[in-house]
Design a protein around this ligand. Structure first.
Ligand SMILES: [Zn+2]
Length: 236
C-alpha cells in the first residue's frame, strides 16, 4: 500500500517537473519571439521626383539606395533588431501640393528620426564625380558626434574590407549636410559607391553587390553597438 502511494507521488512529481519545464520553455520562446534588441532606422536617400545621382547607363541613385536599404533591413532583422525604413517604395516624404518638396522631404525624414528615437540611423546614398576614375565607398558623420564618428569608422572599415577596395578611404566628418546637422541621435550617411564610375555602377546595379554592401554595413553596425555597450560611460 505504502509503495503504491510512493509510486503515485513520484509520478506526480515527475508530471509537475515536466509541466514546469514546458512552461519555462514556453516563456523562453515567448521572450525570444517578442523581444527586440532595439530599433534601427534606415533612410533610403531620395525617391519620387528626386532620383538623386543619375549615373552611367541611366542608373538612378534612388533605386540602388532602396535595394540596399531592403537588404540591410533583412540582415538587421536576422540579428534581432527592429527596423524602420523612411520609405519603402519609389516615393519622397512630401505632399504632392508642397511648394518645396525637397525641403519638406528632408524635414519629414528628420521628424521620423526624432519621433522614433532609434539606436542609430544610416542614410544610404550613392556618390558621383566628374572624374569617372573616382570610386569606392565613403561614410560621413556629424563632425561633433563622438558616437557618429565611431559608427562611421566601423562601417567604413567593413565596407573597405568586404568590398575589397583598392584605395580605401577613411570616414569623414561633415557639419553642413542637412541630415547630419539637423537629425537627432547617431546618424551616418553611407555612400556605397560612385554611379559615375563605369565598373562600380555596373556592380551597384547587381543584387549580389547590393547584398554585399548591406552585409558590410550590418557588420559595421554590430561592431559599433558592441563598442558602445563596452564603453557606454565614456561616450557622448
Ligand atoms: Zn544621394
Amino acid at each position: 500500500m505504502r509503495r503504491r502511494w510512493l509510486k503515485r507521488g513520484m509520478a506526480l512529481c515527475m508530471l509537475f517537473a515536466i509541466y514546469l519545464l514546458s512552461r519555462e520553455g514556453a516563456i523562453l520562446t515567448a521572450k525570444t519571439g517578442a523581444e527586440s534588441r532595439g530599433l534601427i532606422m534606415i533612410d533610403s536617400g531620395h525617391g519620387g521626383i528626386d532620383p538623386g545621382v543619375v549615373g552611367i547607363g541611366g542608373l538612378q541613385e534612388k533605386e540602388v539606395n532602396l535595394e540596399i536599404a531592403r537588404y540591410l533591413e533583412k540582415e538587421l532583422k536576422k540579428e534581432g533588431y527592429e527596423v524602420l525604413l523612411t520609405r519603402e517604395a519609389d516615393m519622397g516624404l512630401y505632399d504632392e501640393d508642397s511648394r518645396n518638396k525637397k525641403v519638406q522631404d528632408m524635414q519629414n525624414r528628420c521628424a521620423m528620426i526624432q519621433e522614433k528615437k532609434p539606436l542609430l540611423t544610416v542614410s544610404i546614398h550613392q556618390n558621383s564625380y566628374e572624374d569617372q576614375e573616382v570610386c569606392g565607398p565613403q561614410v560621413f558623420y556629424y563632425t561633433h558626434s563622438v558616437k557618429g564618428a565611431t559608427l562611421a569608422k566601423c562601417i567604413q572599415e567593413e565596407l573597405n574590407q568586404q568590398l575589397k577596395v583598392e584605395n580605401p578611404r577613411v570616414e569623414k566628418g561633415n557639419s553642413t549636410y542637412y541630415l547630419l546637422k539637423r537629425s537627432e541621435g547617431v546618424l551616418n550617411i553611407v555612400e556605397t559607391g560612385f554611379l559615375t564610375n563605369p565598373r562600380e555602377a555596373e556592380l551597384l546595379a547587381t543584387k549580389e553587390y547590393q547584398q554585399k554592401c548591406a552585409k558590410a554595413i550590418c557588420h559595421g553596425i554590430l561592431k559599433f553597438l558592441k563598442t558602445v555597450e563596452m564603453n557606454s560611460e565614456n561616450m557622448v
